[in-house]
Structure formats: C-alpha cells, structure tokens
Design a protein around this ligand. Structure first.
Ligand SMILES: *Cc1c(COP(=O)(O)O)cnc(C)c1O
Length: 430
C-alpha cells in the first residue's frame, strides 16, 4: 500500500499535488512519502510480534537519502551499511551506533577503523581473510569487534541473476560447509568477539521457500556452533522480501506471511533476530516524476520521450525491471507507446509496447515504485544534472537533495596545466 492517490483528477503524494512539486522544483524529481515508509516499518514490526526486541536494520543502499534514513531512525530502525560512506550517512542521520550492522565483501581497514571507533552492533564478515584483517585492526586500536559470519547457504533465490546472492557460485558469504572452521579460527583471533550468524540470499524474492530453506540451514548451524562452544546471541536473517511492481502479476508474499514464517522457523533459536529490509520499506514509498518532452513516431508504436532517463532510474536497463507508468492528471483514454529517455543508448528504454494513460507533450507522468535502488543508483551520464529528491509528510514537503546542476558538474573537473587553457571564461577559474 502507498500514499500516492488521485484526488480530483490529480495525483497526490499524501496531501501534496505532484504537479505543485514539479512546478516548484522542475522535473525529473523523485518524490517520497513519509507515511508510506513508516507504514511499511510498522507492518513489518507487527508481523514479528511477539519476538523479543528484533533489530530491524534498514538497508541504507536501497535509498541513502539523509531524510529517508532520519525518518526511519525516528521510527526506531537501525541501519545495515555496506561502506564507510553509508556508515557515516547513517550516523549523520541519527542512527544509534548500537543499531548498525556493517555488511559487504570488501570492507577496507579504513572502513573497519571508522566503525570500530564510532561503534556498531556487529560486522557481518564474508571471509576468513576479512576476519584476519579485522582482528589486526581491532587489536591495533585496542578494541573488540563484535562479529558474525555471513553464511552462503547455497540456495537458489529464484530472483533476477544480478540480485541473487546466496548460491554457491556467488561472491557472497562463507560456504556453509566451511563455517564451523571459520568460527573456530575467528574465536581464536584476538580483538574479535563472535556473537552471531548472518544470511542474505538476494533481493526482490517473490517466494518464501528459498528464504525458509536458508533460515533452516542457519538454525542447524547455530546449534552446531553452540555445541562447539561458541556463544551465538544474534541471528541476522538479511532482507530481500519482494514488493509488488506490476499490479497484474501475482503479489509477492505479504510481510505478515514473511513474519509468520520467521517466527515459526527462528522463534525458538534463543537469539536476537535481525532483519535488513531495504526495498520492502522504501520501494513503494517513492515515485520518479517526469514530463513528456515529445512524441516521436515509431515503427510499431510511438516513442514517448520523457525528461527522465536511465541515468535517473537505472533499474529497467540493469534488471529489465518493470515500473508502472501513469499520468499525473489523466486526460482519459489509453494508448500503446514505448517510453524512452533522452540518453544516447538503446538501453534507455523504460517500457516497450506499454498500454498506458494517453498523454501529450508537456504532461507529467510518474514511474511508480521508485523509492528503492532508484535515486540511489542515479548518475550524471550524458552530463545530465543529478536528479533532486523531495520528501512529503502530510501537507508538508521539502527538497531533501537539491538538483546538482551542470555548473557544479563542470566545476568539479579541472584541466591540467599542460593542456591549452580555455579561450574564454567558460573554464574553471583559478
Ligand atoms: C541489499 C542488501 C539488503 C537489502 O535487500 P532488500 O532486497 O532491499 O531488502 C540486506 N542485506 C544485505 C547484506 C544486502 O546486501
């Protein structure tokens, strides 16, 4: 469920007409609903009741905007971070150190130092080599690092190959068969305190069976590790629950069904449970608002050229993702079109042969379900300004990332001395 609705023929985010935001900020622009994010956090929390004190660590990579993190931190969520930058963003937005989990296969000594000095709930280690590096760093700093190993359970997540992470040939985690030896080694390393087990098998999962299979393996591993003398206080079940993108496709499992499965499989583990949802919290809480530039005839269907492009919303080009596309003020009637952006790549195609609201040049349209892995992956490819972001809360709204315009992009480059200076004042000034 989300808070983007037609009111008197005009699409609103909560109580704010999207047209008013487009007029004030320009397009393209991402618009997020606070109420939708908070509702998703509440629904997930309710689905886990009565588990004692689960830690819901929002996966910051899904949408790292400071205002988004601050909204969720205000609702008591922690953060799952995968880089020093995300760690700093989470802290700067108000996430308590003891609610931060540090994931990722390539943590550097600098990133480990940052999190050890700032504090965190645990590092999710992805290899023994990483455990050894963390042991060195922690020992040097005179600190103890709380750790879990991320286990690769070798299950097929059944999602897009580029977002599957729990199969044996993926780069993620320690193979489950090697886990007992990894824990034995880590327990013997100075500066580490083994406290948990972690798993995360992929994203946009539309079936609970692979998750349940992975959790079942984690449960068995926890028993084995405890029998070997390890203290396992925390079990991190990762994120990955899918969300509805296409209303005509079968809906993914509900948060209620997901929570019930977790309570059934993991409720008796006598460990604090952690979840790392990203998409589930923010996916349906955002839209990308864009304007039709023109309509160009096509061989089979006309091309609707909009002012957003693959640099703003990469998911269709990267994952063949499907986003609903709707007019902000529907004129009535439908048409079949190809929806494309202005970037010079054929991959800059949002939809092919899409049946959608009839539009004219100048009309506003939205790409729905664009709150996760959308602005987060945006770039300035084709020297396009970095798209701004707006947060709505009831009748209020604010720009929470300003448009990074072309002047700032040009100013970020510099021309070295050995090249001819620009003839006029269009170059960087010294
Ligand atoms: C990306 C990621 C998540 C979040 O995945 P969603 O599908 O957005 O819920 C959680 N944990 C880890 C380790 C991740 O890499």
């Amino acid at each position: 469920m989300d808070h983007f609705e037609l009111r008197q023929g005009s699409l609103h985010c909560e109580e704010v007409p999207l047209a008013a935001i487009a007029d004030a900020v320009g397009t393209p622009v991402y618009v997020y609903s606070s109420a939708t994010m908070l509702r998703h956090a509440d629904v997930l929390r309710a689905a886990l009741e009565p588990l004692p004190d689960p830690l819901i660590a929002y996966a910051v990579k899904a949408n790292p905007n400071a205002a988004v993190i601050a909204t969720l931190a205000g609702a008591g969520l922690g953060a799952d971070v995968v880089s020093g930058g995300e760690y700093r963003r989470a802290r700067a937005a108000g996430v308590a150190a003891e609610k931060i989990v540090f994931s990722g296969v390539g943590k550097t000594a600098e990133e480990m130092t940052l999190a050890l000095e700032g504090g965190l709930f645990q590092f999710n280690l992805e290899s023994l080599a990483e455990a050894e590096m963390l042991s060195e760093v922690a020992t040097r700093l005179g600190r103890t690092a709380p750790v879990a190993f991320r286990i690769n359970p070798d299950v097929l997540a059944g999602t897009h190959a580029k977002i599957s992470t729990g199969a044996a040939d993926n780069k993620f985690g320690v193979p489950i068969a090697d886990a007992p030896a990894a824990y034995a080694r880590a327990a013997a390393l100075p500066g580490l305190e083994v406290q948990g087990v972690a798993v995360h098998i992929g994203s946009q999962l539309t079936d609970l069976a692979p998750l349940e299979q992975a959790f079942f393996k984690v449960g068995a591993l926890i028993a084995e590790l405890r029998a070997a003398g390890h203290t396992i206080r925390a079990a991190d079940l990762g994120g990955g629950l899918g969300i509805p993108y296409d209303p005509s496709a079968p809906p993914p499992p509900s948060p209620e069904a997901y929570g019930a499965m977790i309570r059934r499989v993991a409720g008796g583990w006598d460990a604090r449970l952690l979840l790392e949802p990203g998409r589930l919290i923010v996916g349906n809480a955002g839209v990308l608002l864009t304007r039709v530039i023109r309509v160009k005839p096509g061989a089979r269907h006309p091309f609707l050229v909009v002012d957003a492009a693959m640099n703003d919303l990469m998911r269709p080009a990267l994952y063949d993702a499907w986003h609903a596309i709707d007019a902000v003020s529907p004129r009535g009637g439908r048409e079949t079109v190809n929806v494309v952006g202005p970037v010079c790549e054929t991959g800059d195609t949002f939809a092919t042969a899409r049946d959608m609201d009839r539009t004219q040049p100048g009309d506003l349209v939205v790409f729905r379900t664009a709150g996760a892995y959308a602005a987060a992956m945006s770039s300035t490819y084709n020297s396009r300004p970095l798209t701004p972001e707006v947060l709505v809360d009831g009748p209020r709204w604010a720009v929470v990332r300003e448009r990074v315009d072309i002047e700032r992009l040009i100013a970020g480059d510099s021309i070295p001395d050995w090249l001819p200076r620009p003839p006029c004042n269009t170059g960087p000034s010294r």
